[in-house]
Design a protein around this ligand. Structure first.
Ligand code: ATP
Length: 312
Protein backbone atom coordinates (compact mmCIF):
# COMPACT_ATOMS: atom_id res chain seq x y z
CA UNK A 1 0.00 0.00 0.00
CA UNK A 2 1.51 3.40 -1.01
CA UNK A 3 1.76 6.56 1.11
CA UNK A 4 -0.93 8.17 -1.06
CA UNK A 5 -3.63 5.61 -0.19
CA UNK A 6 -6.66 7.19 1.48
CA UNK A 7 -7.65 6.07 4.95
CA UNK A 8 -10.82 4.57 3.43
CA UNK A 9 -8.66 2.33 1.17
CA UNK A 10 -6.47 1.33 4.10
CA UNK A 11 -9.45 0.55 6.28
CA UNK A 12 -10.76 -2.96 6.76
CA UNK A 13 -13.84 -3.32 4.58
CA UNK A 14 -16.72 -4.89 6.54
CA UNK A 15 -19.80 -6.57 5.07
CA UNK A 16 -22.01 -5.63 7.99
CA UNK A 17 -21.82 -4.42 11.57
CA UNK A 18 -24.24 -5.24 14.39
CA UNK A 19 -24.49 -3.11 17.54
CA UNK A 20 -26.41 -4.02 20.68
CA UNK A 21 -27.85 -1.10 22.63
CA UNK A 22 -29.82 -1.02 25.90
CA UNK A 23 -33.08 0.52 27.10
CA UNK A 24 -33.10 2.87 30.10
CA UNK A 25 -35.16 3.63 33.15
CA UNK A 26 -35.04 7.00 34.89
CA UNK A 27 -34.51 6.32 38.58
CA UNK A 28 -34.93 10.04 39.21
CA UNK A 29 -36.65 12.33 36.72
CA UNK A 30 -36.88 15.81 38.24
CA UNK A 31 -38.61 18.21 35.84
CA UNK A 32 -38.40 22.01 36.04
CA UNK A 33 -40.96 24.49 34.75
CA UNK A 34 -41.27 24.92 30.97
CA UNK A 35 -38.57 27.25 29.60
CA UNK A 36 -39.37 29.98 27.08
CA UNK A 37 -38.20 27.59 24.29
CA UNK A 38 -40.75 25.00 25.50
CA UNK A 39 -38.12 22.57 26.79
CA UNK A 40 -37.82 21.70 30.48
CA UNK A 41 -34.67 21.70 32.57
CA UNK A 42 -34.18 18.25 34.02
CA UNK A 43 -32.20 16.41 36.62
CA UNK A 44 -32.36 13.01 35.04
CA UNK A 45 -30.69 9.97 36.58
CA UNK A 46 -30.51 7.35 33.85
CA UNK A 47 -29.90 3.66 34.47
CA UNK A 48 -29.35 1.35 31.48
CA UNK A 49 -31.28 -1.92 31.79
CA UNK A 50 -30.90 -5.31 30.15
CA UNK A 51 -33.49 -5.01 27.38
CA UNK A 52 -31.75 -4.49 24.06
CA UNK A 53 -32.31 -3.56 20.43
CA UNK A 54 -29.81 -4.79 17.84
CA UNK A 55 -29.00 -2.52 14.92
CA UNK A 56 -27.31 -4.06 11.87
CA UNK A 57 -25.95 -1.93 9.03
CA UNK A 58 -25.03 -3.29 5.59
CA UNK A 59 -23.83 -1.40 2.50
CA UNK A 60 -26.72 -0.66 0.10
CA UNK A 61 -27.48 1.49 -2.96
CA UNK A 62 -29.48 3.91 -0.86
CA UNK A 63 -30.59 4.50 2.73
CA UNK A 64 -33.20 1.97 3.80
CA UNK A 65 -34.63 0.99 7.21
CA UNK A 66 -36.29 -2.28 8.15
CA UNK A 67 -37.48 -3.43 11.57
CA UNK A 68 -38.46 -6.76 13.12
CA UNK A 69 -40.05 -7.53 16.49
CA UNK A 70 -43.45 -7.51 18.21
CA UNK A 71 -43.78 -3.67 18.01
CA UNK A 72 -42.16 -3.32 14.57
CA UNK A 73 -45.36 -2.04 12.92
CA UNK A 74 -45.19 1.08 15.16
CA UNK A 75 -41.69 2.04 14.03
CA UNK A 76 -41.37 4.60 11.20
CA UNK A 77 -39.20 3.30 8.34
CA UNK A 78 -38.59 6.65 6.67
CA UNK A 79 -35.99 9.37 7.31
CA UNK A 80 -37.70 10.29 10.60
CA UNK A 81 -36.44 7.05 12.16
CA UNK A 82 -33.74 8.05 14.65
CA UNK A 83 -31.43 5.36 13.28
CA UNK A 84 -31.77 6.84 9.76
CA UNK A 85 -31.22 10.36 11.14
CA UNK A 86 -28.06 9.15 12.89
CA UNK A 87 -26.67 7.65 9.66
CA UNK A 88 -27.50 10.83 7.73
CA UNK A 89 -25.88 13.07 10.36
CA UNK A 90 -22.68 10.99 10.52
CA UNK A 91 -22.39 10.76 6.72
CA UNK A 92 -22.95 14.52 6.32
CA UNK A 93 -20.20 15.27 8.81
CA UNK A 94 -17.76 13.22 6.69
CA UNK A 95 -19.00 14.35 3.27
CA UNK A 96 -20.18 10.89 2.25
CA UNK A 97 -23.54 9.44 1.20
CA UNK A 98 -25.44 7.34 3.78
CA UNK A 99 -25.75 4.34 1.45
CA UNK A 100 -26.71 1.79 4.04
CA UNK A 101 -29.42 -0.69 4.93
CA UNK A 102 -30.27 -0.34 8.64
CA UNK A 103 -32.06 -3.28 10.18
CA UNK A 104 -33.44 -2.96 13.71
CA UNK A 105 -34.21 -6.06 15.76
CA UNK A 106 -36.53 -4.39 18.23
CA UNK A 107 -36.98 -5.76 21.73
CA UNK A 108 -37.37 -2.40 23.53
CA UNK A 109 -41.05 -1.36 23.81
CA UNK A 110 -41.94 1.39 21.31
CA UNK A 111 -43.11 4.75 22.74
CA UNK A 112 -42.77 3.09 26.16
CA UNK A 113 -40.64 5.66 28.00
CA UNK A 114 -37.58 3.42 27.69
CA UNK A 115 -35.74 5.42 25.00
CA UNK A 116 -36.04 2.75 22.31
CA UNK A 117 -35.77 5.21 19.44
CA UNK A 118 -32.79 6.87 21.10
CA UNK A 119 -31.17 3.46 21.51
CA UNK A 120 -31.52 2.82 17.77
CA UNK A 121 -30.06 6.26 17.00
CA UNK A 122 -26.99 5.58 19.14
CA UNK A 123 -26.73 2.03 17.79
CA UNK A 124 -26.89 3.12 14.14
CA UNK A 125 -24.31 5.83 14.78
CA UNK A 126 -21.78 3.42 16.28
CA UNK A 127 -22.53 0.76 13.63
CA UNK A 128 -22.12 3.17 10.68
CA UNK A 129 -18.94 4.59 12.20
CA UNK A 130 -17.51 1.06 12.22
CA UNK A 131 -18.91 0.08 8.78
CA UNK A 132 -17.46 3.21 7.18
CA UNK A 133 -14.19 2.91 9.20
CA UNK A 134 -14.46 6.52 10.37
CA UNK A 135 -12.83 5.98 13.75
CA UNK A 136 -14.79 8.80 15.42
CA UNK A 137 -13.91 9.52 19.02
CA UNK A 138 -16.50 9.01 21.74
CA UNK A 139 -16.70 12.81 22.13
CA UNK A 140 -17.49 13.20 18.40
CA UNK A 141 -20.18 10.52 18.56
CA UNK A 142 -21.67 12.05 21.73
CA UNK A 143 -21.89 15.46 20.00
CA UNK A 144 -23.94 13.92 17.15
CA UNK A 145 -26.07 12.02 19.70
CA UNK A 146 -26.92 15.29 21.49
CA UNK A 147 -28.11 16.79 18.18
CA UNK A 148 -30.37 13.77 17.61
CA UNK A 149 -32.19 13.93 20.96
CA UNK A 150 -31.86 14.36 24.72
CA UNK A 151 -31.76 10.63 25.54
CA UNK A 152 -29.43 9.54 22.70
CA UNK A 153 -26.06 10.34 24.41
CA UNK A 154 -26.98 8.12 27.35
CA UNK A 155 -27.90 5.22 25.04
CA UNK A 156 -24.36 5.35 23.68
CA UNK A 157 -22.73 5.42 27.16
CA UNK A 158 -24.98 3.05 29.15
CA UNK A 159 -24.29 2.28 32.82
CA UNK A 160 -25.72 5.10 34.90
CA UNK A 161 -25.44 8.84 34.45
CA UNK A 162 -26.87 12.14 35.63
CA UNK A 163 -28.19 14.23 32.76
CA UNK A 164 -28.81 17.95 33.18
CA UNK A 165 -29.94 20.64 30.78
CA UNK A 166 -32.52 18.87 28.59
CA UNK A 167 -30.96 15.69 30.02
CA UNK A 168 -28.22 15.49 27.38
CA UNK A 169 -25.30 16.93 29.43
CA UNK A 170 -24.12 13.73 31.11
CA UNK A 171 -21.95 12.87 34.08
CA UNK A 172 -21.34 9.10 34.46
CA UNK A 173 -22.26 7.70 37.89
CA UNK A 174 -20.77 4.81 39.85
CA UNK A 175 -23.06 1.85 40.51
CA UNK A 176 -21.96 -0.47 43.31
CA UNK A 177 -24.05 -3.55 42.56
CA UNK A 178 -26.72 -5.19 40.43
CA UNK A 179 -30.32 -3.99 40.66
CA UNK A 180 -33.18 -6.27 39.65
CA UNK A 181 -36.18 -4.88 37.79
CA UNK A 182 -39.43 -5.84 36.17
CA UNK A 183 -40.90 -3.79 33.32
CA UNK A 184 -44.63 -4.06 32.59
CA UNK A 185 -45.29 -3.20 28.97
CA UNK A 186 -48.64 -1.52 28.37
CA UNK A 187 -50.79 -1.73 25.26
CA UNK A 188 -50.15 1.29 23.04
CA UNK A 189 -47.63 4.07 23.64
CA UNK A 190 -47.74 7.52 25.22
CA UNK A 191 -46.36 10.47 23.29
CA UNK A 192 -43.51 12.12 25.22
CA UNK A 193 -44.56 15.66 24.10
CA UNK A 194 -48.15 14.91 25.20
CA UNK A 195 -46.93 13.85 28.66
CA UNK A 196 -44.84 17.03 29.02
CA UNK A 197 -47.91 19.02 27.88
CA UNK A 198 -49.97 17.36 30.61
CA UNK A 199 -47.18 18.08 33.14
CA UNK A 200 -47.38 21.79 32.14
CA UNK A 201 -51.16 21.74 32.53
CA UNK A 202 -51.06 20.03 35.95
CA UNK A 203 -48.32 22.36 37.26
CA UNK A 204 -49.63 25.60 35.68
CA UNK A 205 -50.44 27.19 39.02
CA UNK A 206 -47.74 25.43 41.06
CA UNK A 207 -44.33 26.72 42.05
CA UNK A 208 -42.10 24.17 40.25
CA UNK A 209 -38.68 24.06 41.98
CA UNK A 210 -35.47 23.93 39.91
CA UNK A 211 -34.63 20.25 39.31
CA UNK A 212 -31.75 18.79 41.35
CA UNK A 213 -30.32 15.30 41.78
CA UNK A 214 -31.13 13.69 45.14
CA UNK A 215 -27.84 12.94 47.00
CA UNK A 216 -29.51 9.99 48.83
CA UNK A 217 -30.41 8.40 45.50
CA UNK A 218 -26.87 8.81 44.15
CA UNK A 219 -25.52 7.19 47.35
CA UNK A 220 -27.97 4.28 46.96
CA UNK A 221 -26.71 3.70 43.41
CA UNK A 222 -23.08 3.97 44.45
CA UNK A 223 -23.50 1.48 47.30
CA UNK A 224 -25.73 -0.91 45.33
CA UNK A 225 -28.43 -0.65 48.04
CA UNK A 226 -31.78 -1.64 46.49
CA UNK A 227 -33.84 -0.80 49.60
CA UNK A 228 -32.33 2.70 49.78
CA UNK A 229 -32.82 3.17 46.04
CA UNK A 230 -36.47 2.09 46.38
CA UNK A 231 -37.01 4.82 48.99
CA UNK A 232 -35.69 7.52 46.65
CA UNK A 233 -37.10 6.60 43.19
CA UNK A 234 -39.08 9.52 41.81
CA UNK A 235 -40.57 10.52 38.47
CA UNK A 236 -42.09 14.00 38.22
CA UNK A 237 -43.82 12.95 34.98
CA UNK A 238 -45.73 10.18 36.75
CA UNK A 239 -48.82 12.26 37.67
CA UNK A 240 -49.05 13.42 34.04
CA UNK A 241 -48.68 9.88 32.66
CA UNK A 242 -51.32 8.60 35.15
CA UNK A 243 -53.63 11.46 34.21
CA UNK A 244 -53.41 10.48 30.52
CA UNK A 245 -53.51 6.72 31.25
CA UNK A 246 -55.36 6.15 34.59
CA UNK A 247 -55.21 2.36 34.15
CA UNK A 248 -51.48 2.46 34.98
CA UNK A 249 -52.37 2.95 38.67
CA UNK A 250 -53.71 -0.62 38.82
CA UNK A 251 -50.50 -1.95 37.26
CA UNK A 252 -48.39 -0.13 39.87
CA UNK A 253 -50.56 -1.53 42.67
CA UNK A 254 -50.36 -5.08 41.29
CA UNK A 255 -46.55 -5.02 41.24
CA UNK A 256 -46.36 -3.63 44.79
CA UNK A 257 -48.83 -6.26 46.07
CA UNK A 258 -46.67 -8.96 44.46
CA UNK A 259 -43.65 -7.81 46.53
CA UNK A 260 -41.86 -5.04 44.59
CA UNK A 261 -39.68 -2.72 46.69
CA UNK A 262 -40.93 0.25 44.67
CA UNK A 263 -42.92 0.98 41.53
CA UNK A 264 -42.89 3.92 39.15
CA UNK A 265 -43.75 4.95 35.64
CA UNK A 266 -40.70 4.64 33.37
CA UNK A 267 -39.87 8.07 31.90
CA UNK A 268 -42.93 9.38 30.05
CA UNK A 269 -44.59 5.94 30.27
CA UNK A 270 -46.67 3.94 29.74
CA UNK A 271 -44.16 1.23 30.68
CA UNK A 272 -44.12 0.77 34.45
CA UNK A 273 -40.95 -0.22 36.34
CA UNK A 274 -40.67 -2.30 39.51
CA UNK A 275 -37.49 -2.50 41.60
CA UNK A 276 -37.20 -5.88 43.29
CA UNK A 277 -35.00 -7.35 46.01
CA UNK A 278 -33.47 -10.08 43.82
CA UNK A 279 -33.77 -11.96 40.52
CA UNK A 280 -36.14 -14.57 41.95
CA UNK A 281 -38.53 -11.95 43.26
CA UNK A 282 -38.40 -10.21 39.85
CA UNK A 283 -39.59 -13.42 38.14
CA UNK A 284 -42.44 -13.82 40.68
CA UNK A 285 -43.56 -10.22 40.20
CA UNK A 286 -43.40 -10.50 36.40
CA UNK A 287 -45.64 -13.58 36.56
CA UNK A 288 -48.13 -11.78 38.84
CA UNK A 289 -48.26 -8.78 36.51
CA UNK A 290 -48.94 -10.94 33.45
CA UNK A 291 -51.57 -12.99 35.35
CA UNK A 292 -53.36 -9.80 36.44
CA UNK A 293 -54.11 -8.81 32.86
CA UNK A 294 -53.04 -5.25 33.76
CA UNK A 295 -50.28 -5.21 31.16
CA UNK A 296 -49.46 -6.71 27.77
CA UNK A 297 -46.32 -8.41 28.97
CA UNK A 298 -43.78 -8.15 31.78
CA UNK A 299 -40.02 -8.54 31.54
CA UNK A 300 -37.60 -9.30 34.36
CA UNK A 301 -34.06 -8.01 33.91
CA UNK A 302 -31.14 -6.38 35.71
CA UNK A 303 -29.11 -3.17 35.67
CA UNK A 304 -26.74 -1.53 35.01
CA UNK A 305 -26.30 -2.62 31.39
CA UNK A 306 -23.42 -1.56 29.16
CA UNK A 307 -23.99 1.09 26.47
CA UNK A 308 -23.93 0.59 22.70
CA UNK A 309 -21.42 -2.14 21.75
CA UNK A 310 -20.38 -3.71 18.42
CA UNK A 311 -21.26 -7.40 18.76
CA UNK A 312 -20.39 -8.58 15.24
P1 ATP B 1 -38.27 8.35 25.44
O1 ATP B 1 -38.21 7.40 26.59
O2 ATP B 1 -36.89 8.73 24.92
O3 ATP B 1 -39.15 9.50 25.64
P2 ATP B 1 -39.93 6.42 24.20
O4 ATP B 1 -39.23 5.18 24.64
O5 ATP B 1 -41.15 6.83 24.93
O6 ATP B 1 -38.88 7.58 24.19
P3 ATP B 1 -39.58 5.63 21.48
O7 ATP B 1 -39.71 4.15 21.48
O8 ATP B 1 -38.23 6.22 21.35
O9 ATP B 1 -40.34 6.26 22.72
O10 ATP B 1 -40.57 6.15 20.32
C1 ATP B 1 -41.12 7.44 20.31
C2 ATP B 1 -41.55 7.75 18.87
O11 ATP B 1 -40.35 7.94 18.11
C3 ATP B 1 -42.27 6.60 18.19
O12 ATP B 1 -43.65 6.72 18.33
C4 ATP B 1 -41.84 6.72 16.76
O13 ATP B 1 -42.78 7.47 16.00
C5 ATP B 1 -40.55 7.53 16.77
N1 ATP B 1 -39.33 6.78 16.36
C6 ATP B 1 -38.37 7.25 15.58
N2 ATP B 1 -37.39 6.35 15.42
C7 ATP B 1 -37.72 5.27 16.12
C8 ATP B 1 -37.11 4.01 16.34
N3 ATP B 1 -35.94 3.68 15.79
N4 ATP B 1 -37.73 3.16 17.16
C9 ATP B 1 -38.90 3.50 17.74
N5 ATP B 1 -39.55 4.65 17.53
C10 ATP B 1 -38.97 5.54 16.73
Amino acid sequence: MSDTDTSAERAVVRDSVTVRVPAKVNVQLAVGAARPDGFHDLANVFLAVGLYDEVTVTPADELRVTCAGPDAHQVPLDATNLAARAAIALAARHGIEPRVHIHIDKDIPVAGGMAGGSADGAGALLACDALWSLGSSEAELLAICAELGSDVPFSLLGGAALGVGRGERLTPLDVGGTFHWVFAVADGGLSTPAVYGEFDRLTATADVPPPAADPALLTALRTGDATALAATLVNDLQPAALSLRPSLAATLTTGMSAGALAALVSGSGPTTAFLTKDAESAETIAEALVASGNCRTARATSAPAPGARVVS
